[in-house]
Design a protein around this ligand. Structure first.
Ligand code: ADP
Length: 353
């Protein structure tokens, strides 16, 4: 009977494998899609094809195989690479935007976990790294981006025909259903109308050329999310969760949903991970601990960021200025900048084709 190597050790070994020509490891770059234990003590590793150059992917697969078979002594290691058609993007029939290099979706299994806070601060952090960024608020049921950017009273200007210009604030181009409905309008839209609206926002907005479009998805894993994920050619998904058990369960459901429709997962962002007492510096894990790690272990994807609870983060959201803009030196802003760097790094191998 072969001895079972713990999956933690497998993740650790994979975490030491670098991408050819890069100092970064392949897990950080988002190339490891899934690690599955096999019944006979072996492991199956699914990689995402990050480049059109097959020889580079072969080298990556060989390195992972060597790390597991040779270094850890695992008898059976299955390597798989999920192929991506470079012409069509990840999926056929999905909207790709001319002029937009990467579309990154921010999703969550349930509401209130800080998905929009992460989307807003990530967009601002990417802009601070010198990248051109758009932010599409697809959270039709509770559009909070206009408020978070202090732009609730603004209205997108028509550019003739169906097209309109996005609102620009803090170096980020913004579009949201909130700009069209007004703050007090009841959102009674049903699934198909939501889909139509988001598709339209995506295509009819004059985004210009941009490095990233961040999409703040509606929370949950219902038909609306599923359809949306299948309509847009998403280059990577971030799943936001709090460490609470229920949030983690919902986040895992979201992970499974995005897998089902072949959207590449970049990783988990654990928000409200803990509270650090400003007076005594003591850590308090209000919502439990290790939620992100649980998902990482069970679903084989990495934790890309951990954002503690900071009262300033809430305040900045309500003031109409994301914290990354308001207090760039704040530790939470540093955490978002690090997240932005990781997201950028995850896209780099695709660019290097
Ligand atoms: P979601 O988009 O998942 O519904 P929001 O981003 O709207 O969640 O966040 C819900 C509330 O929690 C907001 O009031 C927000 O300011 C606050 N919040 C989010 N993340 C944090 C955090 N790390 N620390 C403190 N408050 C936070």
């Amino acid at each position: 009977m072969a001895k079972q190597v713990p999956i933690e050790a497998v993740f650790e070994a994979i975490g030491r494998v670098t991408y050819p020509g890069y100092a970064a490891d392949i897990a950080t770059l988002g190339i490891v899609e899934q690690v599955t234990p096999l019944p006979d003590g072996g492991f199956s590793v699914m990689l995402r094809q990050a480049t059109a150059r097959d020889e580079v992917m072969r080298t990556v697969a060989e390195r992972v195989h060597h790390a597991l078979a040779h270094d850890l002594g695992i008898a059976k290691v299955e390597m798989r690479v999920r192929r991506i058609d470079p012409e069509l993007g990840e999926q056929t029939g999905r909207v790709r935007l001319e002029g937009t290099k990467y579309i990154v979706a921010v999703a969550s299994g349930k509401g209130g976990v800080g998905k929009s806070t992460v989307a807003a601060n990530l967009a601002c952090a990417l802009a601070q790294l010198g990248l051109s960024v758009g932010l599409l608020d697809a959270d039709i049921y509770g559009p909070s981006i206009p408020m978070m950017f202090g732009t609730a009273d603004e209205r997108p200007k028509s550019a003739g025909g169906q097209n309109f210009y996005p609102i620009e604030k803090y170096g980020v181009k913004l579009i949201s259903i909130g700009y069209f409905l007004g703050e007090k309008a009841p959102v009674i839209w049903r699934g198909p109308m939501v889909m139509g609206a988001v598709r339209q926002f995506l295509k009819d907005t004059l985004w210009g050329t941009q490095d990233f479009l961040i999409v703040d998805l509606p929370p949950g894993t219902g038909d609306a999310q599923l359809t949306l994920a299948q309509q847009v050619a998403i280059d990577g998904v971030l799943i936001v969760t709090t460490p609470q058990d229920v949030a983690v369960l919902d986040a895992m459901r979201a992970v499974k949903m995005f897998r089902q429709v072949h959207c590449p997962l970049l990783g988990v962002v654990e928000n409200m991970s803990h509270f650090e007492c400003p007076d005594c510096g003591e850590r308090d894990e209000l919502f439990g601990r290790g939620g992100g790690d649980t998902i990482a272990m069970q679903e084989g994807i990495g934790v890309l960021g951990r954002i503690p609870i900071y009262p300033e983060l809430r305040g900045a959201g309500d003031d109409g200025m994301p914290l990354v803009i308001k207090s760039p030196a704040h530790p939470a802003s540093a955490a978002f900048l690090e997240l932005a760097r990781r997201v950028t790094a995850a896209m780099a191998p695709i660019e290097a084709n």
